[in-house]
Design a protein around this ligand. Sequence first.
Ligand SMILES: [Mg+2]
Length: 209
Amino acid sequence: MSEYPDEFDTHTGNWKHSKLLDQCIGEKSKIKLLILDVDGVLTDGTKVYTQEHQPVYKRFRCKDFTAIKRFIAAGVKVIMLSGDNWNSEMARQRNIPFYCTRGSDLGLDKSVYLKHLEAQYNVKRENMAFVGDDYFDLSMFKTLFWTFAPSDSPRIIRQNCLYLLKSKGGQGVVQELYDFLVGKGIVENATEEAVAELDKKEASSAAMK
Ligand SMILES: [Mg+2]
């Protein structure tokens, strides 16, 4: 995303790339792969640790998981790209492919995964969307067009996202994104039947409600 937004929102005090976004209205199927950061997007970024520094507690919103199903039912593949491998079990329970960006041979730059994702999902970069909230996500914001951020992201992320969401991290970010993209005609609205079918396939469906 360019660093030159075209509109200043006096309510939020942030710049928006609204004209650019409006040019894409109605161009359905433009987004084929939605890449979600987890901490600070699906959660508010809070982690509760044991004394041994093992994270034990995070808070997620059911509405966001439903919104993920609605994206998938609408034909948008959804994956998670996170620096915290703690999230992998959550993703597995939800049938969402998970990629951990940190390891002994891995750096913090999430955009190095794009080449791999292009091949794995047969999706070009211009058809990928990303939601992230923190400084280490910046390369994704600078590389991809469809980029979104929670409203409590740092200034540099707010300046580089295509569209700044009103929700803070952990407060319905994915739900708002789904409603926004469907409202703009960029993503098709999923049918209730298709969403319900996905819900049935979720390994933890009964246990987590
Ligand atoms: Mg994050």
